[in-house]
Ligand binder design. Structure first.
Ligand code: PSU
Ligand code: MN
Length: 305
């Protein structure tokens, strides 16, 4: 079987000319944010990236085709599928073989996007928040494949840390065990997505040059290269205080338990629940941190040239 990546003409040209490219995921669109704001947000994010003179490569699987960069055609297909209420899949790393052979459609999570970006020759990827070790992991063994991907795929990922829906200390322990460098962008504390800190200490960096130096040193030193996680706190004005969001998170986790929601449905359920409970404030904050991560991702993409 011949596996094909479908490059958009813009991404193909950028790759040929050695122009900077920044990968973006699509599960945040299909499962992380409400429709139709999600499509508006995609537009805002891609325009921001272009203003920064970096080509955005949003990665998605539609009818089994792996798209590296969405053209207007793929956006129209996505809009049509979401608008008609069709259930789109959420593709983790392990779902990619199934998706492409069975011609399924859905968003790629951080883990699947890292794999496909790597195959496409893209080295840097901006997202909102990564998946991690879930609370009560000792009962459920629910550990996101995003962590496995970070442990095995040599790509630089920029995120606002991870949400406190997860067990943040356990997530950081996992990343340490698998030797994934976790770098704080102008901070020495790991951010907690809506909140600027989880109070867990990490290594601080000040600029894109240093991120690239560390990435290159890792590639030279490690026997098995890993990803690098750049943790960039949400801007101060868009932060939701930890005490406020945490109350909603506890309620959302209890609701998930009561409804027996687990596995890959858990993260989307919790995110939708939070959006509802915060009356959209969580979505606003999500947009702000996504933009913030694209700004840093674009700097790193240029530095990598
Ligand atoms: N965390 C967020 N927003 C998201 C996700 C996580 O704050 O949209 C999505 C990302 O695509 C991430 C995925 O890769 O959920 C993780 O899902 P799971 O926990 O099932 O691995
Ligand atoms: Mn899981």
């Amino acid at each position: 079987m011949h596996l094909i990546l479908h490059f958009s003409p813009r991404i193909k040209q950028a790759l040929d000319k050695g122009k900077p490219i920044l990968a973006m995921e699509s599960t945040v669109l299909t499962h992380g944010l409400p429709y139709p704001e999600n499509l508006e947000i995609l537009k805002i994010l891609e325009e921001l990236c272009l203003e920064l003179e970096v080509e955005p490569a949003t990665i998605i699987i539609l009818d089994g085709k792996i798209h590296i960069g969405m053209t207007e055609t793929e956006k129209a297909i996505l809009q049509h599928k979401m608008g008609s209420g069709k259930e789109l899949c959420k593709f983790n790393l392990r779902d990619v073989p199934y998706a492409v052979t069975q011609k399924k459609s859905g968003g790629t999570t951080v883990s699947a996007t890292m794999l496909l970006a790597y195959k496409a020759g893209i080295k840097v990827f901006a997202t909102g928040g990564i998946g991690g070790v879930h609370k009560f992991w000792n009962e459920t063994l629910d550990i996101s494949s995003d962590l496995k991907a970070l442990a095995e795929i040599p790509i630089i990922v920029i995120s606002a840390g991870c949400k406190a829906i997860l067990d943040i200390p356990a997530t950081l322990e996992f990343l340490e065990s698998y030797s994934v460098p976790v770098l704080g962008w102008k901070t020495d504390e790991f951010p907690a997505f809506y909140s600027r800190t989880s109070r867990k200490k990490i290594d601080r960096i000040e600029n894109a040059k240093d991120v690239v130096k560390i990435y290159q040193a890792m590639l030279k030193l490690y026997l098995y290269p890993t990803g690098i996680l750049v943790a960039n706190p949400v801007p101060e004005k868009d932060e939701i205080p930890f005490e406020v969001i945490n109350k909603h998170i506890s309620a959302a986790i209890a609701a998930a338990k009561a409804k027996n929601i687990s596995g890959k449905e858990l993260t989307p359920f919790l995110l939708a629940n939070l959006a509802e409970k915060t009356k959209g404030q969580s979505v606003q904050s999500n947009l702000a941190l996504l933009k913030n991560n694209i700004i840093i991702g674009a700097q790193i993409a240029k530095e990598l040239q």
